[in-house]
Design a protein around this ligand. Sequence first.
Ligand code: CU
Length: 265
Amino acid sequence: MLALALTGCNVTFGQTKGSTKQAHLEFSMWFWMMVAGIAVAIFVWALIFWAVFRYRKKDENIPKQTRERIGWEMAYVIVPLIMVLVIFGFTFVVENNIDDVLRPPQVIVNVTAYQWGWIFQYSKPGPNSQVNCATSPQDCVTVETAPNAAPSSLPESYTSPLYPQLVLPENEVVRVFLRSNDVIHGFFVHAFNFSRYAQPGVVNSFEFTPTTSGVFDGQCTQYCGLYHSEMLFSVRIEPPGNFQSWYRQEAEKQRVPTSVLGGSL
Ligand SMILES: [Cu+2]
């Protein structure tokens, strides 16, 4: 307890609710499992200490020998089984909600990981929700790692202009299509409580609904080679109006039609 108090840990051990709807779900699952884990730990410690003190050796007599206790044996098979099933059901429902990509997105971002950086390309939500920015880059606003960012220097801060910034609107559905150009990378945003592999030859898709404005750290979480540690980026969440003006500016600069975002934008 002293160690916890002195390190300034709060009740969630420093873990936060996160800044997307999906992050909140992940957090609640983690939090309630932690609570259940602590309850089980206290119960087990209590039993251990009770057995240690109540049944410590008092004299040279061998205590009463019991062959079996069917009731108790059944209980300690069935109770943990029920607990595991509850945890399984809880995880299944929450993970399904987090992985759900059925909502029509308002913004689509194609994220490409490569040794050693990131390319974020915004494309138009269409019927198949997927514009290939590699073949039609003229339709995609692009934000990417500065060409001279890696592998020339030690990692700088996440928000250094060397690293790209993923700008997203608050309270709107963002669909991500995640790809890799070479080896397996990990797309991780701490404040989103979320990590997913970027695998060569596979397109992973998922959605975020950002809930909190701010700037958050992102990085590669799969050791992918010598300059893995330089695969940093940041995420900036803005109110939708600010996001639109940022997008228009970028589109004009990059000569991409501003109508590309479509929908409510
Ligand atoms: Cu990587």
